[in-house]
Design a protein around this ligand. Structure first.
Ligand SMILES: [Zn+2]
Length: 277
């Protein structure tokens, strides 16, 4: 891939990501609000319909100086933030999959779009969980279905289990990745059940199911271990700052950390078990 071509393609892919991100904002805002997903976007404050030029990702927000063009109400920073993040996630998926519209076959193209769709779902889950401390079932279901589809595709392409356990030197059999979804969800579901929902939400179990299918067994386990490690730091800080009764679920949403762990494994193919053992 030539240098100039690479830069132009990168910009195009980032732009595509910001466009999808602006749709994602609508989905995040309208989920659970009682408003349907169809229908033109309106200002949440004055209710006026937004024109096409007010819907251009990133640019609209900055040209309108973060305010509604009609009534001047301040717009949420969530809009440009989600658009930027989804652009960046598209570039990340492009970098990981090596997708090139001019030379990629059906395989790379499918991986690019499936992975991109998965990361859009994970971005929606992150933002929603940070705002409402809950993972909508339809987001978790969407993630698990897309991951299952990706898993079947990897299976069909003979690409399952690129990982192997170093302490035995053997490849993990294919069926382990196929059951990795329910297998990784189980401990979270048990934590939820036996703590009466205080330690972990059931949403985290549903998320872990998708992670198992998305990354396979070893990758999924690595992502979850990374999530606990990274969540430990802010948890300890909060524990020392507040003397009130402390539960992970009530203080810190865990899903963003699960997704951060997933991102680290997705990009760098980290195998924590290999490090630890
Ligand atoms: Zn307005």
């Amino acid at each position: 891939m030539g240098m100039l071509y690479g830069v132009v393609l990168g910009i195009l892919i980032f732009t595509l990501g910001t466009v999808i991100g602006s749709f994602l904002n609508v989905v995040i805002y309208r989920t659970g609000s009682g408003v349907g997903y169809s229908g033109r976007s309106k200002c949440l404050s004055c209710g006026k319909m937004l024109t096409a030029q007010m819907l251009v990702p990133l640019f609209s927000f900055f040209f309108q100086r973060g305010r509604c063009a009609y009534c001047g109400t301040k717009l949420s920073w969530q809009y440009p933030l989600v658009e930027t993040l989804s652009g960046a996630l598209f570039v990340m998926v492009w970098w990981v999959t090596g997708f090139d519209p001019l030379s990629s076959g059906i395989k790379e193209t499918s991986f690019f779009f499936l992975d991109a769709a998965i990361w859009m779902t994970l971005l929606a889950i992150t933002v929603y969980d940070l705002r409402h401390k809950i993972i909508p079932d339809r987001f978790a279901l969407c993630f698990a279905l897309l991951s299952g589809l990706l898993l079947l595709f990897r299976f069909e392409q003979g690409l399952l289990s690129p990982y192997f356990l170093t302490f035995t030197g053997e490849y993990i059999p294919v069926w382990v990745d196929l059951v990795a979804g329910p297998l990784l969800a189980l401990p979270f579901a048990l934590l939820w059940l036996f703590s009466g929902g205080r330690v972990m939400g059931l949403g985290d179990a549903k998320l872990a199911w998708g992670i198992g299918w998305f990354l396979g067994f070893i990758g999924g386990v690595s992502a979850i271990i990374l999530a606990f490690w990274t969540a430990l730091i802010p948890s300890l800080i909060l524990l020392f700052l507040s003397r009130k009764r402390f539960t992970m679920k009530s203080e810190i949403p865990f899903a963003p950390f699960l997704i951060l762990g997933t991102l680290i494994v997705f990009v760098w193919n980290v195998d924590i078990l290999r490090w630890v053992l």
